[in-house]
Design a protein around this ligand. Structure first.
Ligand SMILES: Nc1ncnc2c1ncn2[C@@H]1O[C@H](COP(=O)(O)OP(=O)(O)O)[C@@H](O)[C@H]1O
Ligand SMILES: [Mg+2]
Length: 282
């Protein structure tokens, strides 16, 4: 019954892109078992910028790896575009990876050491089905992707990723995403290992992917202040559970859970930029 209602969706209503029901991950067995993610439910919609916020050890990376299909789900169901996700074979998993792509925390570990930048970008074009495109067309696409992240393709072709700065390497990761055009970008603390100046640029580019490519961006962070500025929706994670979720404004300006209040109190400086009236009324 509920399913019928879902299919009769109004086009202006948000369309679920990635959903989870009762998603759980238990590492180890017996009295050594750790429940890293504990029955979480969520609906990430198309074109939405969603942040998952929690302290270190709360289960954010474990959840992102399950959603990427890099580790198994102990219990629960992942749905992609309204259908149960099926990654039971290598071919199905590769198909799924056309739709969801990651950017990790450590830009240095994200690249194959022996691959030049041109080869990194060529791989993306091959994955998108441009294997037989002309050299000119391929160069045009690579040039456009580098332009999207303010890098100059002509200056990069013969370099290795490790010849770039950390911020430039993360921008190159975003250029990859721009070429691959997945439906979902999973960005796990992508700015925590780079300088503050590059950080703002990276955040800007993630927002641009959402705006110009209509990508669903899942942004993982321990920084609730940052989440407030950039997200449409936030999910607050504590000990493997979502303790609170909703529009960023609602959750952060009017937190209900003690844990959310504590996260906010840990970054008092962000109050200065907030609407103090709204905060004071609580
Ligand atoms: N491969 C693993 N084996 C056992 N325990 C793990 C593994 N990966 C993560 N954990 C545990 O799961 C919990 C959540 O970790 P993680 O998902 O990395 O949190 P976060 O990304 O929020 O810092 C932690 O207690 C961590 O020690
Ligand atoms: Mg993590």
């Amino acid at each position: 019954m509920a399913q019928n209602q879902e299919t009769k969706q109004n086009p202006s209503e948000p369309k679920p892109c990635l959903s989870g029901r009762g998603i759980t991950k238990v590492f180890g067995i017996g009295n050594k078992a750790t429940t890293a993610v504990d029955h979480v439910d969520f609906d990430f919609n198309e074109g939405e910028f969603v942040s998952i916020v929690g302290e270190s050890g709360s289960g954010k990376t474990t959840l992102s790896k399950m959603l990427l299909g890099l580790i198994s789900v102990t219990e629960g169901e992942v749905r992609f575009q309204g259908q149960p996700r099926d990654i039971s074979t290598g071919a199905k998993r590769r198909e799924y990876w056309k739709n969801i792509q990651p950017i990790f925390q450590d830009p240095f570990s994200s690249y194959n050491m022996f691959y030049k930048i041109d080869a990194v970008l060529d791989d993306c074009l091959n994955m998108r089905g441009y294997r037989n495109a002309s050299k000119e067309e391929r160069t045009r696409l690579k040039d456009e992707a580098c332009g999207f992240v303010n890098l100059k393709y002509a200056e990069l072709t013969n370099k290795y990723p490790f010849e770039l700065s950390g911020g430039q390497m993360q921008r190159l990761m975003i250029a990859r995403i721009f070429l691959l055009k997945p439906k979902i970008l999973m960005a796990d603390e992508p700015t925590s290992m780079i300088d503050a100046c590059s950080r703002a640029t990276i955040l800007d580019m993630l927002l641009k992917l959402r705006d110009e490519v209509n990508m669903t961006v899942i942004f993982i962070t321990h920084d609730i202040g940052l989440a407030y500025y950039i997200s449409d929706k936030v999910y607050i994670m504590e000990h493997g559970k979502f303790v609170e979720s909703g529009p960023a404004e609602t959750v952060i300006l009017n937190p209900k859970a003690d844990y959310t209040k504590r996260l906010i109190n840990d970054v008092p400086k962000i109050y200065e930029k907030w609407d103090l009236d709204t905060v004071a009324r609580k």
